[in-house]
Design a protein around this ligand. Sequence first.
Ligand code: PBG
Ligand code: ZN
Length: 348
Amino acid sequence: MQPELSPAAPRDPQAGVGPRTGSLSLPVRPRRLRRTLALRRMVREHTVRVDQLIYPLFVVPGKDIDDPIDAMPGVRHLSVDRLEAEVSEVRRLGIKAVLLFGLPRVKDPFGSDATKPDGAVPEAIRAIKSWAPDLVVMTDVCLCAYTDHGHCGVVEDGVILNDPSVDLLTRMAVAHAGAGADVVAPSDMMDGRIGAIRSSLDKHGLSHVAIMSYAAKYASSYYGPFRDAAHSAPQFGDRRAYQMDPANGREAIREVLLDVAEGADIVMVKPAMPYLDILQMVRNNVHLPVAAYQVSGEYSQIIAAADRGWLDRTTVMEESLLAIRRAGADLIITYFAKDYARMSHHGS
Ligand code: PBG
Ligand code: ZN
């Protein structure tokens, strides 16, 4: 038997056979560059660096809260006073950015708590900036966790109203930016919100704050675990009147180009793995950094299969992140960020 991995394999008993090409008719042997680990590493086309990862954090109002989220093992609900340990771990691991999601004190039809400067997210931003001024703080800007009906905007007679929703989202973004967020990330998919948020930020002296747009966000069932975590499942209907139809590809480019024109600094595709074709198309059509969101369902399905011994958690994690990078993502939002950072510190 041929010793497959031996770097010292003396000579190939099959020499001279195999596929031939070119004028010399020599055998073509791509496996030459896969023979040893060192060679394989040298010819790697893509890598995943820890500083390309963004780690989501779930911030809740109140004190002394540190609750595991059932459907997302390893991810927790944290009150601001319990955030410091998490933030210092994130920094110690070399992660450069967090993406904050908040829960309100009370839900109402307009998601009023979302726009308050003393809500859980603004408080968390100020606290994080006091502990770790260099950590990039991004915030999700959307109303669905704040409205009692669970939709991403204002609802009237069962219809999501676009422009009144944009108004609220704009105020929410200003509240986050005013508290010190470096990047606001609108995830609602209302029309025109990037332009509205950009001009309002500028008007409020916040022209230095960047916008990462959830530009091509699909109406995906992979958000299931997150909606449990954010208590944000719609109480009636679904999100298909604003999030994109999974059947559509070209439309993603239209959405992305609109957001670029309206002033987005980073555009995002979400989810990631089931939409790698979209990611690649977006990469080829814009010059901005492109982010991909490896969403809760993508994360939890890997963990669940690994818990049953059906998949290897670490190698599948690495392969999934590599696939997302290979498709064209500069940045990846992932619940695996801490795990990946730990793994890469230990060397792989
Ligand atoms: C809020 C929002 C969602 C996610 C990010 N921001 C849920 C949704 O649109 O229903 C999903 C994140 C995840 O699944 O990890 N609009
Ligand atoms: Zn939403």
